[in-house]
Design a protein around this ligand. Structure first.
Ligand SMILES: Cc1cc2nc3c(=O)[nH]c(=O)nc-3n(C[C@H](O)[C@H](O)[C@H](O)COP(=O)(O)O)c2cc1C
Ligand code: FES
Length: 607
């Protein structure tokens, strides 16, 4: 390893380090601008020699961004703006008084929590894959190396045979984090044993699930962990070239990946004769155009080769005949990032985390009707309740929890009665859902489960590549039926028809897009059948979401005649005098909900 001479900055000891997040969420809330003002202000106060500003990857608490942690005390600041930086520098860094008003407040009636380690969102998590998140600058390889980076690679190349690496991976129990949950060690073994040379390694960073950002965040905050995992995997299967297939919409992750590749090459950790071992391996980055089906491994390979991204019948599996017809091992970003930790800490340690069948941790992007949205890493076996209430802070605005959807668009909706379910691959499958790649959407009482099924079917029918008839026609047919139900045209026989179609699509589709597409329908039919019946038999949407089935009315007891709704209605559908009761004309009303949002007296009723 020919390391650069350390800069003065790298050798200096600072009184305080300001770790400001530069993940996509915080950057979109102007964290780079905040950082620049911070650096200026620190200069102005003459603190540049004592205080260091470090830009880090996503810290997971994206909804509170831009966020910053002041070390060594671990003080956590959130929702920073350029305007409040002078106060923060003056108070905290000059006078030594942390600024309460910029700290995290769990709820209105609770005091601010100064330290990151005391915030439930962080302290219930178990960081394995994300162990470096927020602690290193992802654009500086030295910081990764300072936290044991590339130690696993050195260990593998100097003291382990490829077979021993594979055995260690098998013993760890690591299963693919891209969705299917296949044993990573077994997959590597198949690729190693496959005859033929010119084998390939692929990192699947397509991440097409709406609302999911686990893989993007791992690459943004710790790109070297993924690269190191890939080099180890390449050594194990006997490959000299790898690809990272990453979607075009991830420019920051892509930029950091390129920087990491260049730095790793400069340090002799990638390219020819890695660490003087005689082993060669290089990585190229391939930009995907962003179709959901491109994440499916055989479609991804077709896309990499420049062909139409349609799935192929398996077998042959990629391990037998993959990219350019060569044995290929494809793993998800999170799977690769687990590899160096397993080698460093050992399979026994790794398999001590999790459940009987699912070892280690899982990264989830928690979104929807939950107070703390963001990225969390938790041990397998944690319950949904712990994720939603302890880490997620529960459902906001005093609303009732209704369901959690796991597994992305083709996952299932899990009801409140199963909220104490420990999460692992098998338990989720038993509920009719899937682990998928880690999307977790929380839904409150205002969510219509029939409309939810319609939404996911709409996504899946437009993302189906159309190669096989059952997937192309079956998903569209299910969508049209559910849409009819939402529009008040549902018939009792539709339920049986949906179940039959779901079974056919599940059984006869070429790839798992069709194979799992019925999950949203089947799970909502299973747990929320009463909502389907209300839509079909009573022509009512109990959650007040499906437009064709709802009416807006003003409660004369509550209306104060303030005229706010009347003035804001875009259709002139509200009649009434100032200080008098307002009345909605059902004929003119387009159910846009503006009156509901504008009323301060909760006088607008949806029924
Ligand atoms: C429609 C569809 C989309 C998929 N999208 C992704 C994806 O975005 N990322 C991913 O890693 N795996 C995705 N997969 C799973 C891959 O086919 C494959 O199983 C995975 O990349 C293997 O890596 P693993 O063993 O590490 O999970 C998708 C599968 C299907 C059917
Ligand atoms: S992007 Fe800053 S916390 Fe996620």
């Amino acid at each position: 390893m020919t390391k650069e001479k350390p800069s003065i900055e790298a050798t200096r000891t600072y009184r305080a380090q300001l770790l400001i997040c530069a993940g996509t969420g915080c950057v979109s809330n102007r964290s780079f601008k905040v950082r620049d003002v911070l650096i200026e202000e620190i200069k102005k106060q003459g603190l540049s020699e004592e205080v260091q500003v470090v830009t880090t990857g996503c810290q997971g608490f994206c909804a509170q961004g831009p966020i910053m942690i002041v070390q060594p005390d671990g003080i956590f600041y959130q929702m920073l703006t350029m305007e409040n930086i002078p106060l923060l520098v003056e108070e905290h860094l000059v006078k030594g008084r942390p600024v309460e008003k910029l700290m995290y407040v769990p709820s209105k009636d609770q005091p601010p929590i100064p330290k990151l380690g005391d915030i439930a969102f962080f302290n219930k998590q178990r960081l394995v894959v994300l162990k470096n998140r927020g602690l290193i600058d992802p654009e500086r390889i030295d910081e990764y190396i300072a936290r044991d980076g590339y130690q696993a690679l050195a260990k593998v190349l100097t003291s382990m045979s490829p077979e021993q690496v594979i055995e260690e991976m098998k013993a760890s129990g690591l299963r693919g984090r891209g969705g299917a949950g296949f044993s990573t060690g077994l997959k590597w073994e198949l690729a190693r044993k496959a005859s033929g040379n010119g084998k390939y390694i692929i990192c699947n960073a397509d991440e097409g699930d709406p609302g999911a950002f686990m893989d993007r965040s791992i690459i943004e905050s710790d790109p070297h962990s993924v690269l190191e995992g890939m080099v180890i995997g390449a050594y194990a299967i006997g490959s000299e070239h790898g690809y990272v297939y990453i979607r075009e919409e991830y420019p920051l992750a892509m930029k950091r990946l390129h920087i990491a590749i260049d730095q790793a090459k400069e340090y002799g950790l990638l390219g020819e004769d890695i660490l003087g071992s005689g082993f060669n391996f290089d990585v190229s980055v391939h930009r995907g155009a962003g179709a959901f089906v491109c994440g499916e491994e055989t479609s991804l390979i077709a896309s990499l080769e420049g062909r139409t991204p349609e799935p192929q019948i398996r077998p042959p599996f990629p391990a037998q005949s993959g990219l350019w017809g060569k044995p290929t091992n494809i793993n998800n970003v999170e799977t690769w990032a687990n590899v160096p930790v397993i080698i460093n800490r050992g399979s026994e340690w790794f398999s001590s985390i999790g459940t009987e069948s699912s070892k280690g941790t899982k990264v989830f992007s928690v979104v929807g009707n939950v107070t703390n949205t963001g990225l969390v890493e938790v041990p397998m076996g944690i319950t949904l309740r712990e994720i939603v209430y302890e880490i997620g802070g529960g459902v906001p605005d005093g609303k009732q929890f209704k369901a959690v959807q796991t597994g992305g668009p083709s996952g299932g909706c899990i009801p409140e009665s199963l909220i104490d379910l420990p999460i692992d691959y098998e338990r989720l499958a038993e509920t009719g859902s899937i682990m998928g790649s880690g999307g977790l959407i929380v839904m409150d009482e205002d969510t219509c489960m029939v409309d939810m099924a319609r939404y996911f079917l709409d996504f899946l029918r437009s993302e189906s590549c159309g190669k096989c008839t059952t997937c192309r026609e079956g998903i569209a047919a299910m969508h049209d039926i559910v849409l009819d139900i939402c529009n008040g045209k549902g018939q009792p026989e539709h339920i049986g028809l949906l179940e039959d179609l779901a079974e056919a699509v599940k059984d006869a589709s070429l790839c798992a897009l069709g194979g799992t597409a019925p999950n949203p329908v089947l799970s909502t039919l299973r747990y929320f059948n009463d909502e389907y019946e209300a839509h079909i038999n009573e022509k009512k949407c109990p959650a007040g979401v499906c437009r064709e089935l709802i009416h807006y009315r003003i409660d004369p007891e509550k209306c104060k005649g303030c005229m706010l709704c009347n003035k804001q209605c875009p259709q002139d559908a509200i009649d009434g005098e100032p200080k008098g009761v307002q009345i909605i004309d059902d004929e003119k009303c387009i159910k846009c909900g503006v009156c509901l949002e504008s009323c301060k007296f909760e006088a607008v009723i949806v029924e």
